[in-house]
Design a protein around this ligand. Structure first.
Ligand SMILES: Cc1ncc(COP(=O)(O)O)c(C=O)c1O
Length: 383
């Protein structure tokens, strides 16, 4: 038995993912991106030790924190990061939002690829910037960037910033070196800033490799804001901690000032001790987790094969993006909630055009994935 087979009781009033839905007492929540696994013992121990001290004063990341962080980047992605280039913040989306506000001006254009995790586009729009969307192209269940469209949109809208997500939620892509270099060239040529959301960096499956775009060249390092966090990787999203790497001092100072102007600084003490313990002791746990998730993915792919649900290739993340258009439903996620008591994320959270898609979070014990598949396969509508 794997440690990830354990069913953890998440039935608490504060739990967002497992929140009760009236009239449903056997809900399978497979939506918001956190996992149903216990985080590594070392992380729990670090948090318990801190809690038992009974003091939760202001905190500051010290050398031991940055050593843990930069050690992880180096071991896992061969990325050399200097401690003084990191800004700590309570969240990745917050980091993206500050970068937008600090590094572009009102009404400037910012480009994203859709479908994409909704709060990113929202951050662009709510910051008074012009959101420009280049749709990823789905070919044979595999998403690709339409580079001609990207270049045209950059030219037509005088785009100042590109926000990428790597690995991409929900398209499941882990961008290759060639794709990243092409993205990088376009941004360098057009004097653009790159914001790279790499929160899913640790979820990369066989045959693929996570490459931080900032690690590809000195030129790219100078124009990139990389948003990272241990929260997705170690299932500690509730402690809210992110690390934003900005090698370019002028850009870093600008983002820092914007953060400071809102009163945001540093990490809460629990975020700090949990992140440090995770990056110091989490390698083996992470490797085992990725192998386990790969098993869940295979199970979903094989059991849904031949049905009307078309599973998109997944190279990274634990979020499976499924095309339900053959079912011809107005709202596929509502259909599965009402008829199978499974809560998926709605496609429209990621793109207005994705109303026929559902996103399935498979970061839960295999028995739960299996139960969800049993319920889905019982429905004649998917045949
Ligand atoms: C791509 C992506 N970025 C950011 C976040 C949220 O990060 P945070 O809670 O640190 O703002 C998520 C959460 O699902 C995500 O998938």
């Amino acid at each position: 038995m794997s440690r990830f087979d354990e069913i953890i009781d998440r039935n608490t009033p504060e739990d967002l993912k497992h929140a009760k839905i009236e009239g449903i007492d056997d809900l399978l929540p497979m939506w918001v991106a956190d996992m149903d696994f216990k985080c590594p013992d070392e992380v729990i121990k670090a948090l318990v030790e801190q809690a038992e001290r009974g003091v939760f004063g202001y905190s500051e990341a010290d050398e031991s924190y940055y050593k843990a962080l930069t050690g992880w980047y180096k071991r896992r992605y061969r990325w050399e990061v200097e401690s003084d280039t990191v800004i700590t913040l309570p969240g990745v989306v917050l980091g993206i939002s500050y970068a937008i506000r600090a590094l572009t001006k009102e009404n400037d254009s910012v480009l994203i690829f859709e479908p994409l995790y909704g709060p990113i586009g929202r951050a662009v729009k709510c910051s008074g910037r012009n959101l420009v969307i280049s749709d990823l192209v789905l070919k044979d269940r595999h998403y690709e960037i339409d580079f001609d469209d990207v270049e045209n949109k950059i030219r037509e809208n005088d785009v100042k910033m590109l926000i990428i997500c790597n690995p991409h939620n929900p398209a499941g892509r882990v961008w290759t070196r060639e794709e990243l270099l092409k993205i990088g060239d376009i941004c360098l040529k057009n004097n653009m800033v790159i914001v790279s959301d790499e929160i899913h960096a640790d979820f990369v499956y066989s045959g693929h490799k996570h490459i931080p775009i900032a690690s590809l060249s000195e030129d790219l390092k100078k124009i990139t804001v990389t948003c990272t966090s241990a929260t997705k990787s170690f299932n500690i999203a509730g402690i809210q901690a992110a690390n934003i790497v900005i090698a370019n001092k002028a850009m870093r100072d600008a983002v820092d000032r914007t953060a400071f102007s809102t009163g945001a600084f540093g990490l809460n003490i629990m975020g700090l001790v949990a992140t440090r313990a995770a990056y110091n002791y989490g390698d083996k746990w992470m490797d085992e987790l990725v192998t386990y998730l790969e098993g869940n993915i295979e199970l979903v792919k094989s059991r849904l094969e031949g049905t009307k649900l078309k599973v998109t290739d997944i190279e990274g993340t634990y979020l499976m993006w499924i095309d339900a258009s053959e079912m011809g439903m107005d709202d596929p996620s509502k259909f599965f909630l009402e008829n199978a008591h499974i809560k998926f994320s709605e496609g429209t959270f990621f793109s207005k055009k994705a109303d026929q898609f559902i996103r399935m979070n498979i970061a839960c014990p295999r028995s739960v994935v299996s139960e969800a598949l049993d319920r889905m396969l019982k429905l004649p509508e998917i045949r």
